[in-house]
Write a protein that binds this ligand. Structure first.
Ligand code: IRN
Ligand code: FE2
Length: 634
């Protein structure tokens, strides 16, 4: 007999090392937790950054227990079930023997093989018995919200969006000026303080969702909606060709470390079910999937063999595992497919093309569209949110905003209303590839047709000539559409259109999207967003180098770049950097001007004029060159 193939990856040293790296606390940072008021047991994470001048800046923290040095983490057991007491207390769900737990995994279909797999998974401590709504109950956050209930999840979100209030006030001395400086071309009104009641209202009217499957009690709840901070989603997942389960878990932890608010597992290869167990049980952020991918695996990759029954079983299987939102391409209707015939790049959505093939082969309306209410019935038993897929999104600038895309968008709006009839939380997926001048129309159309359900876009990529740099090409579009009101931005990595992202690509993609999301938050005037910029700018002006690194999105890279040219410790307090050198540092000059003014008792403007003249002479004397050799620091 052959030796049995190990079902689970063995823990390799490199994996342990990588995880240890991902678990390192950020420099000068301490994770702390804010208590709830309505619900006393809430512990809402924030990251407090201690500055060298004694101040403290506190930032939104997506990294979960991983960056908490006190947390015991065993990825074979999974994270603690934070939400379990809340779900229990509601008393509207029950444990059951998951039928789908035995469902198809890995293509191995004999009962024997399945039982073995299940036993192994249980031994690994990762499988949980599922729960679902008691008969007739509806366990969605939207359902509670509409009945006037503020759940612990809602209060958690309110506290998380606000963060620590104390330090923000210090930076908002000029509130009036700030008010004049912020705005959104499509008119969003963001409250200065987000109350639990405000969260409830937003969820009740469908303008925000809190993706939170009752079978994913490990998550730290978060909200997606245009009156909240703009969120980002990172896609991970193996394909038939590359990547192991461990790599995926590590990517998940890595992604949340750098700021992913949500992660989608887009695995398509072998071990789909098992990979998902590992990801879900170890994820502090909501997890989304595209169930049609697994359904397609079950029919051997032949789209036309898909049936409603196979799809339905896949939904239940994944809902029992705890997936928080499903991308469902129910807007790809038979009648719309011909609208893509003249496109330059046809249908670029994987899910969209699967459904288009099915519709064309059978010449029938999509089973996702026809069974939409049946899908809603499943979603509300677990509180899985809809992410209504944009299967007809443009795949190139030349196809942007065409009839196929907008026909689908309108259908997604109709489906939203059906979902809301069932109190199922819903967001709408959007493009794709859209040049800058066509972006605003996307947001406007979405608002018009989708009743303010949160918009969740993939980029959009503003140009098509940047393979290898599509994270940048798309972050530009993401920043614009985020500013206009898109609630979540699906990242694009440098590997887009080229290959599966590795760990570095994941980080690059996240950084590009943190920049886009924060740029949108600042422009929209989210409470406290600008305060971090102000703190960093002040540190820059005061030459507090260490604070400058630590307040940044990526302290490691900032410090490393600085140290490349000025590695000495003295340079960390030096009043210049190697960019302009000690003589031509504008900030240093401004400070000298201010000192000069103080000494001479001159008004700052007059001092500036005088000081600048003096500097101009100095500049001429130095040869009138901007780039001078760096004088070494002692
Ligand atoms: C986001 C917005 N539009 C598309 N997306 C993401 O693309 C979606 O959330 C999922 O991660 C992926 C689905 O791709 P296909 O199947 O539409 O190509
Ligand atoms: Fe693309």
């Amino acid at each position: 007999m052959n030796a049995p193939q190990p079902e689970f990856p063995t823990t390799t040293p490199s994996f342990t090392e990588l995880l240890a790296q991902s678990r390192q606390p950020f420099p000068a940072s301490r994770k702390s937790y804010l208590p709830g008021q309505l619900h006393a047991d809430l512990r809402v994470p924030v990251r407090d950054i201690a500055l060298t001048n004694g101040e403290q800046v506190s930032v939104y923290d997506t990294s979960g227990p991983y960056t908490d040095p006190d947390a015991q983490i065993d990825i074979r057991r999974g994270l603690p079930s934070l939400r379990a007491p809340w779900i229990d207390a509601r008393g509207d769900s029950e444990w059951y023997v998951g039928r789908m737990r035995m469902a198809l995994d890995d293509g191995g279909r004999s009962d024997e093989a399945l039982r073995l797999k299940q036993l192994r998974a249980e031994a690994a401590g990762l499988q949980r018995q599922p729960r679902r709504a008691k008969s007739g109950a509806n366990v969605t956050q939207m359902h509670y919200a509409r009945r006037g209930i503020i759940t612990p999840e809602m209060e958690y979100v309110a506290l998380r969006e606000n963060g620590r209030r104390e330090w923000i006030a210090a930076y908002q001395q000029d509130a009036e000026r700030e008010q004049r400086l912020v705005g959104n071309p499509l008119g969003a009104s963001i409250p200065r303080i987000i109350t639990p009641e405000f969260v409830r209202e937003e969820v009740a009217r469908g303008r925000a969702i809190i993706p939170a499957n009752i079978n994913h009690p490990e998550i730290e709840p978060m909200a997606i909606g245009r009156n909240f901070k703009v969120k980002i989603n990172a896609n991970i997942g193996n394909s038939a060709v590359t990547s192991s389960i461990e790599e995926e878990v590590e990517k998940l932890v890595w992604a949340t470390r750098w700021g992913a608010d949500n992660v989608m597992d887009l695995s398509t290869g072998k071990n789909i079910h098992t990979t998902r167990d590992w990801i879900l049980r170890n994820s502090p952020v909501p997890i989304g999937t595209v169930p049609i991918y697994q359904a397609l695996e079950k029919v051997g990759g032949v789209a036309e063999d898909l049936t409603w029954e196979i799809f339905r079983d896949t939904l239940v299987e994944q809902a029992e595992q705890g997936v928080d939102y499903f991308t469902i391409h129910a807007g790809v209707r038979l009648a719309f497919i011909h609208l893509t015939a003249q496109r330059r790049t046809g249908i670029v959505s994987r899910g969209g093309s699967i459904m288009a093939k099915w519709c064309m082969t059978h010449h029938r309306e999509s089973f996702l569209y026809e069974h939409f209410e049946d899908i809603c019935d499943i979603m509300k038993q677990y509180d899985v949110s809809f992410s209504l897929g944009d299967g007809l999104r443009p795949g190139s600038a030349s196809d942007a905003n065409d009839a196929a895309q907008f026909a689908e968008l309108q259908t997604l709006g109709e489906l939203t209303q059906i979902a809301w009839k069932h109190d199922v939380q819903t967001m709408i997926e959007g493009p794709g590839h859209v040049p800058m001048h066509l972006i605003q129309a996307n947001m406007a159309e979405q608002l018009k047709h989708c009743h303010e359900a949160p918009f969740y876009t993939l980029g959009p990529l503003t140009i098509d000539i940047a393979p290898g740099y599509d994270h940048i090409a798309s972050a530009i579009g993401a920043a614009m559409i985020g500013w206009m009101g898109t609630a979540m931005l699906c990242y694009v990595t440098p590997k887009e259109h080229l290959g599966l992202p590795d760990r570095d690509d994941v980080k690059q993609g996240i950084m590009a999207y943190k920049i886009a999301a924060h740029a949108a938050d600042v422009a929209k005037g989210h409470p406290g967003a600008r305060a971090r910029d102000d703190a960093l700018s002040q540190a820059r002006f005061d030459f507090r180098w260490q604070d400058q690194f630590n307040l940044g999105l990526d302290p490691d890279t900032a410090q490393a770049y600085h140290d490349e040219t000025l590695p000495k410790d003295a340079a960390k307090v030096a009043h210049f950097c190697s960019m302009c050198g000690p003589k031509f540092c504008s900030m240093k000059i401004t400070q000298e001007v201010r000192e000069f003014a103080a000494q001479k008792g001159l008004a700052e403007d007059a001092a500036l004029a005088q000081g600048m003249q003096a500097k101009a002479q100095e500049f001429q004397q130095a040869g009138g060159q901007f780039y001078v050799p760096i004088t070494p620091v002692n």
